[in-house]
Ligand binder design. Structure first.
Ligand SMILES: Nc1ncnc2c1ncn2[C@@H]1O[C@H](COP(=O)(O)OP(=O)(O)O)[C@@H](O)[C@H]1O
Ligand SMILES: [Mg+2]
Length: 327
């Protein structure tokens, strides 16, 4: 089998922060996650705010080294990439990012043409106007000539995100990370951007890492899903399994946290699992980190940490009470 595009094994990212005079605390932003993203896959990482998703994207982009654990890209260890100038240059070109807020990630003083030229200039790669125009064409900004000389404030929010996507694609990357790519957009525009991402993935042979807190939104685009809670993976598997038969109470809660469009199809009594707040990443509770909010929690959940176990082929869940949760 080919090497995975991304291979992460027991990756941790701890931040040390000052808390008062001479006192320090350790924030366990990512606390031992493992995942494999195959080439051409769209791997979605979901969880509430503070669960460690953005930290995972920073690790995948090589912007932050892991505190411990192994992170490999197409078989090559990130540690080796980071210390070799040529490897790092190739890595930066082949792993690109799209962020949540297209407004703050685009320079307001540059035209769209200048924004799209920049990656070529930074990497000293030849380009011409037809390359820039075809990038705009590919992200649905037609006719491209109508947009080249415009500034960011002269286009809509959806178009701004299209420009961010075009910029990420400029150097023909292999992997694109998208951190909450639709969170700042209206509902109808969200769907358009997700459809665009689906089209571009096959056209450009991309591998996606998509980060979102809105699990139901990812139904059409996700191949694999990793659900994170307080820095840990609590469920992971093929998207179709996670949507049709989620096992972890937290995943079930995430799927039910957005009301269905038709109240008649709403379940009579949704699980009351999404009340309360995620725990502090400085002092996570012992045992299962979700036990403080879980309606199924018993003594074992308060004492022991559940390990991920395979519940179906390639579908893993960390919970002591699966038989009670999944009927
Ligand atoms: N550079 C940093 N220094 C200190 N703490 C951080 C840093 N980056 C993230 N954190 C903390 O790590 C936790 C996870 O953050 P993040 O990865 O941004 O979560 P998410 O994207 O899921 O909202 C949060 O508690 C956050 O405050
Ligand atoms: Mg985030």
């Amino acid at each position: 089998m080919n090497e995975a595009a991304i291979f992460a094994e027991d990756v941790k990212k701890y931040y040390t922060v000052k808390v008062g005079f001479r006192k320090k605390a350790e924030i366990k932003a990512v606390d031992g996650i493992s995942l494999i993203v195959r080439e051409g896959e769209s791997h979605c990482i979901v969880g509430e705010s503070g669960s460690g998703k953005t930290t995972v994207s920073k690790l995948v982009l090589g912007l932050e080294p892991p505190t411990s654990g192994t992170l490999k890209f197409f078989g090559e260890d990130l540690k080796e990439i980071l210390v070799d100038k040529n490897k790092l240059r190739a890595f930066r070109k082949s792993v690109q990012a799209v962020f949540q807020d297209p407004y703050s990630s685009l320079n307001p003083r540059k035209t769209i043409k200048e924004i799209l030229e920049k990656p070529f200039k930074v990497h000293q790669i030849d380009y011409n106007s037809s390359i820039i125009e075809s990038l705009l064409q590919d992200v649905g900004m037609v006719p491209p000539q109508a947009f080249l000389d415009r500034y960011v404030h002269q286009i809509s929010g959806g178009q701004r995100q299209r420009v961010c996507i075009a910029r990420a694609l400029a150097l023909k990357p292999k992997i694109v990370t998208l951190d909450e790519p639709t969170a700042a957009l209206d509902v109808t525009i969200k769907a358009q951007i997700l459809n665009l991402l689906i089209d571009l993935k096959s056209k450009y042979n991309l591998t996606y890492v998509i980060i979102s807190h809105e699990l139901p939104l990812l139904k059409g685009i996700a191949d694999k899903i990793t659900v994170m809670y307080a820095g840990k993976v609590i469920e992971q598997g093929p998207a179709k399994n996670i949507f049709s038969k989620p096992h972890h109470p937290y995943t079930i809660g995430l799927l039910e946290s957005i009301p269905p469009p038709d109240p008649k199809t709403a379940k009579e009594k949704p699980l009351p699992v999404m009340e309360g707040e995620p725990p502090s990443p400085v002092n996570p509770p012992p045992g299962c980190r979700f036990h403080t909010r879980c309606p199924f929690a018993t003594d074992v959940c308060r004492k022991e940490e559940p390990k991920l176990s395979e519940v179906e082929k390639e579908h893993f869940t960390a919970c002591f009470h699966l038989r009670n949760v999944v009927q």
